[in-house]
Design a protein around this ligand. Structure first.
Ligand code: EPU
Length: 417
């Protein structure tokens, strides 16, 4: 198990670039199999989850070349429709193969996906949506067998705007007969990215980014070349790292329109933020101030994927902040580790009360999931003394060479085995 060792108290200063979005590249890689041809994808991040998706695609017959930041997927020979349990369990995003295989092979045989332990993560909305498209689904002994001899467009109203369910339905509906309308769809930028990728292959999808998505099924797709969007959560993580260290960072390849809720909260803490077409500059000279209220919500609300990082910042703020998590039911586990570092945080159900302390101190802490893990790294950057964050493999799922990026802007951080 890898670890990060951080000597805290160094002010971050300089310029750091954001890599491509994890939550775009994963559904887009699954979507490549809809095309019985070749897809070239640019701006691909080197992440553990991307490697896992590549392994799954190779297993079902794709030929893949990952060179620099470009992935070429040759999906001409996709034969298999079965994903073994050990591959399904590597990450949550393996579930995208369900919609993609139904579209390509009219069948899928999978087990339940893995993923970060941040609460209850059912797939009932994915299954309900696919059934509405005429897919027959049989669940037994932890396996899901899907048969979609004739997949037909339909109207689907999602009970919740689930990101994954919206994307899985889009995948299955792209090659269906007729028109599918998804209402109460999730509006995350990564959904728009998936729409744009599918349309670049000849799909006919409109409305992603709003709560109604219309997919007009087409018979066949064609080869494509596509560049994925920057990772808004990575950009937001660097912004929080700057706020934690009273630093000054220019985050390059960051789209401000994807980060409005975080920018607004960081301004409330007293940081100065300037934005341009593709950068965000943050300057923090003083101890951050507490914020009254943060509530995580589906996009364009405050993202649950930035909740742990902002809580780290608020742990050293002047005053008391209240943060409510409404998306996942167990996403405050990392706060126990922050408390070991001297933070004063009380969690009651989905609400965390954070009484800012003057300083936190280095300690040995354990990352148990991706975003909670990176929040501990941020805490370590601002803490007095040395912090060792164990469980670096969780952080590697979503951040490419985090220690190199942070070191380049002045952090004293190394990876140890
Ligand atoms: N939900 C259901 N039934 C379903 C699907 C979801 O009840 O069938 C519930 C979940 O339990 C949760 C809520 O709906 O309470 C939202 O889940 P959603 O389906 O929107 O999340 P997801 O698709 O599993 C994606 C991201 C997550 C991110 C969430 C919310 C990917 C690969 N993952 O997950 O990213 O937190 O949307 O924005 O896109 C991360 O990157 O660290 C991460 C966890």
């Amino acid at each position: 198990m890898g670890k990060f060792k951080i000597n805290g108290g160094k002010r971050l200063y300089g310029e750091v670039e954001v890599h491509g979005a994890k939550n775009s590249i994963l559904p887009i890689l699954a979507a490549t199999i809809l095309n019985e041809g070749v897809s070239v994808i640019h701006n691909c991040p080197r992440l553990k989850d991307v490697d896992s998706m590549i392994e799954i695609l190779e297993h079902i017959g794709c030929k893949i070349d990952f060179n620099g930041r470009d992935i070429v997927v040759d999906a001409r020979d996709v034969k298999d429709s079965e994903i073994p349990d050990n591959l399904m369990r590597t990450m949550r995003s393996s579930i995208f193969l369900m919609g993609a295989l139904i579209a390509r092979n009219k069948k899928a045989f999978i087990s339940f996906p893995g993923g970060c332990d941040i609460g209850h993560r059912p797939i009932d909305l994915h299954l309900k949506g696919l059934k509405k498209l005429g897919v027959e689904i049989e669940e037994s002994y932890g396996y899901i067998r899907c048969k979609g001899v004739r997949v037909r467009g339909n109207e689907i109203h999602l009970d919740l705007p689930s990101v994954g369910a919206t994307e899985n339905i889009m995948l299955a509906a792209t090659l269906a007969d007729g028109i599918t309308v998804i209402r109460n769809a999730a509006k995350e930028p990564e959904i728009e990215d998936l729409q744009n990728f599918l349309n670049s292959m000849g799909a006919r999808i409109t409305g992603a980014g709003t709560n109604t998505i219309v997919i007009e099924g087409v018979k066949k797709l064609h080869d494509t070349e596509y560049t994925i969007i920057p990772d808004r959560i990575v950009a937001g993580t660097y912004l929080c790292a700057a706020a934690m260290t009273r630093g000054e960072l220019t985050i390059v390849k960051a789209l401000k329109e994807h980060l409005e809720p975080l920018i607004s909260k960081l301004k409330e803490t007293g940081c100065e933020l300037k934005t341009g077409n593709d950068y965000i500059k943050i300057t923090c000279n003083k101890r951050p101030k507490a914020v009254d209220m943060i509530v995580t919500l589906p996009y364009p609300g405050f993202p649950t994927d930035l909740q742990p990082q902002i809580v780290s910042v608020l742990s050293i703020a002047e005053g008391t902040s209240i943060v409510t998590e409404t998306i996942f039911d167990n996403r405050f586990k990392y706060t126990e580790e922050l408390v070991r570092m001297g933070a004063d945080i009380k969690v009651e159900g989905r609400v965390a009360v954070i009484r800012g302390v003057d300083k936190i101190t280095g300690a040995k802490v354990l990352a148990k999931d991706l975003r909670g893990g990176v929040a501990l790294v941020i805490a370590g950057l601002g803490a007095e003394g040395t912090t060792v964050v164990e469980g670096a493999e969780h952080i590697d799922r979503g951040y490419e060479s985090l220690e190199k990026a942070l070191k380049s802007v002045g952090a004293d951080i190394v990876r140890i085995m």
